[in-house]
Design a binder for this molecule. Structure first.
Ligand SMILES: *Cc1c(COP(=O)(O)O)cnc(C)c1O
Length: 347
């Protein structure tokens, strides 16, 4: 392996770089002070995403973490409890924000590779007494990251939403990869979003924007989220420069997102043949590929280092797994080469 080989970066769909067209759109963006509500590009993006998600309003925030936490904070008070899968992003990968910022506790449920069911939620409902925390919200992740990019079917989500509403619970949909779920299922984002009171979506994952997420919901919810955004230091000024990247991504990079799923399928099929890795390509529904490391005597850090030395960057998928993510900056013809590099690294 020549030392200067250009690495294929499959660590995350966040590693994409803005394309020349996107950079042009950013440079030319019309801007104003968004804390005054006067950035026309931010306003256009918020209206566009609210429309896409079938909600009254949306709010532009810097990150998916802030989107989730602003949405949750807008609907909860200290001492409340939420129900979510034990692998949920909002309780595992957001620095303890739910407890630290909202004073809320989570009751993690063991979903089916990340996915909850109405039955599982029903089992977790508590009677109202002075002792129990008040369960106020069900959080679902679409697609589910640690579940391997799995997609809730629309009926499964509707059933959870129905049950939640019947018991006075809100639903938050962490849709960091909601676009992937739509592409994989053919279900419109707004139909998934209709199952939830609040929805967060990311522009910086499959869509390929450099930064930015949105929270969508009722006007009242978004007003509350806006206050939390300010409190968290997320009120940006001429944020239209970033919003322009998001609009560009929706115009030019949303329709192609299914290609990442095709690439993930090809990658999974290749990886499944490699001794030392174990995965079932049928488990791959979107752009995330998790493979269990079965090479005797090896652990994940050693495998990742070997991959890196062979020009392939992958991520720690936890629980003895490697995570490979396909995205905009990995063209289809790079996949066979990626598989060859993994094969050589693990030989
Ligand atoms: C990436 C991600 C987020 C938000 O991440 P940020 O890095 O804060 O933008 C939220 N939820 C899920 C499921 C994610 O994968």
């Amino acid at each position: 392996m020549p030392p200067m080989v250009h690495p294929i970066d499959l660590r995350s769909d966040t590693v994409t770089r803005p394309t020349p067209g996107m950079r042009r759109a950013m440079a030319e963006a019309e801007v104003g002070d968004d804390v005054f509500g006067e950035d026309p590009t931010v306003n256009r993006l918020e209206a566009r995403v609210a429309e896409l998600l079938g909600k009254e309003a949306a709010l532009f925030v810097p990150t998916g973490t802030m989107a989730n936490q602003a949405a949750l904070g807008a609907q909860l008070v200290p001492g409340d409890e939420i129900l979510c899968d034990e692998g949920a992003h909002c309780i595992n990968y957001e620095g303890g924000a739910l407890a630290a910022l909202s004073g809320v506790q989570a009751r993690p449920l063991r979903g089916d590779r990340g996915l909850l069911s109405a039955a599982l939620v029903a089992e977790a409902l508590r009677p109202e007494t002075d002792s129990f925390p008040r369960t106020r919200l069900v959080e679902v992740e679409q697609t589910h990251n640690r579940g391997g990019g799995r997609v809730y079917t629309l009926p499964a989500l509707q059933e959870i939403a129905q049950l939640a509403r019947a018991h006075g619970l809100c639903v938050h949909l962490d849709g960091a990869r909601l676009w992937n779920a739509s592409a994989a299922s053919g279900v419109a984002a707004r139909d998934f979003a209709a199952c939830a009171d609040s929805v967060s979506v990311c522009l910086s994952k499959g869509l390929g924007a450099p930064a930015g997420s949105l929270v969508a919901g009722s006007r009242e919810l978004v007003r509350a989220a806006r206050r939390i955004r300010k409190r968290l230091g997320g009120g940006m000024r001429q944020a239209g420069i970033l919003a322009a990247a998001g609009l560009f991504a929706l115009d030019h990079q949303l329709a192609r997102i299914g290609e990442d799923h095709d690439h993930a399928q090809a990658l999974a099929a290749g990886l499944a043949e490699i001794p030392g890795l174990s995965l079932d390509p049928a488990d791959v529904e979107t752009n995330l590929v998790f493979a269990r490391l079965t090479k005797p005597g090896w652990d994940v850090p050693r495998a990742l280092a070997a991959l890196r030395a062979h020009g392939l960057l992958a991520g720690d998928g936890e629980h003895g797994r490697l995570r490979f993510v396909t995205h905009l900056d990995v063209p289809g013809d790079a996949i066979p080469e990626a598989v060859r590099r993994v094969e050589r690294a693990l030989a």
